[in-house]
Design a protein around this ligand. Structure first.
Ligand SMILES: [Zn+2]
Length: 251
């Protein structure tokens, strides 16, 4: 992180020095470091600010199914039934507010042998990238306190829509949280039916893939639960098992 900040500041200083003699060079020096920082903040696969696991080690047909944005009173129970039907395990990256509103669902997820990951307290997509260290700490600690009260110890974190923050790496490190990205996502809000979403998330399927799907009301009604159902069916047809890798396999 500090490298990027120093790089950006150095660019500004050089740009000011160069503006009188070479305006295009000055503009490049001013904006290129900003573009680089923006890339690492907003592009989910970028690793410059926070290192996020995107694949796990697998020597057989195993994938890691992750489900974001719950728990949801309508979707979560049906998803748990589906997972049981397919003998699948998953990590639910829950929003703290939702977990606080539906503690029984958090317990049901844990009781069924799945994992709870953390996905911020309020899911602040628009402001997460520029949150101050204090606001970021609140966003992390409020939901973690909710989960701790329920007896859940969380070890994994996923930022909203994969957006990073300049202070995120140290904040996660202090809380012993590992950042988890994904290798493929359903992009349910971009259109298509459950078959389309399943095809999208399984497009480059290989052992060790981390698949991201969602639950809850922001999704179009025909996709809710059904996209996960179709994905599980296709994984089963392809001989893949959904597992939760330990820290050694997902680092
Ligand atoms: Zn989310």
């Amino acid at each position: 992180m500090w490298f990027l900040i120093i790089f950006a500041l150095a660019g500004k200083v050089l740009a000011i020095c160069a503006v009188a003699v070479a305006a295009p060079t000055a503009a490049a020096l001013w904006f290129i470091p900003d573009a680089l920082i923006a890339y690492h903040l907003f592009v989910p696969r970028a690793q410059g600010l926070v290192r996020s696991c995107r694949y796990f080690k697998a020597d057989r047909r195993e994938v890691w199914l992750t489900i974001d944005d719950g728990p949801d009173p309508d979707d979560t129970p049906r998803i748990l039934e589906l997972l049981e039907l397919h003998g699948a395990k998953a990590t639910f990256f829950v929003i703290g507010k939702n977990a606080g509103a539906h503690p029984a669902l958090v317990r049901a997820i844990c009781d069924a042998g799945h994992e709870i990951g953390y996905h911020t307290h309020t899911h602040p997509v628009g402001s997460f990238w520029c949150a101050s260290p204090q606001r970021l700490a609140r966003e992390l600690d409020q939901g973690l306190a909710v989960l701790n009260k329920l007896g859940v110890t969380v070890r994994r974190f996923r930022s909203p829509v994969g957006i990073k923050n300049l202070w995120l790496a140290s904040a996660l490190s202090k809380r012993r949280l590992a950042s988890v990205g994904w290798s493929a996502r359903g992009l349910e809000l971009t259109g298509g039916d459950a078959d389309t979403v399943a095809a999208r998330v399984l497009r480059r399927l290989r052992p060790g893939s981390i698949l991201l799907l969602h639950e809850g009301p922001p999704l179009p009604a025909p996709l809710r639960v059904n996209a996960i159902r179709r994905t599980l069916e296709r994984l089963q047809e392809a001989g893949y098992q959904c597992v939760i890798p330990d820290e050694k396999r997902a680092s």
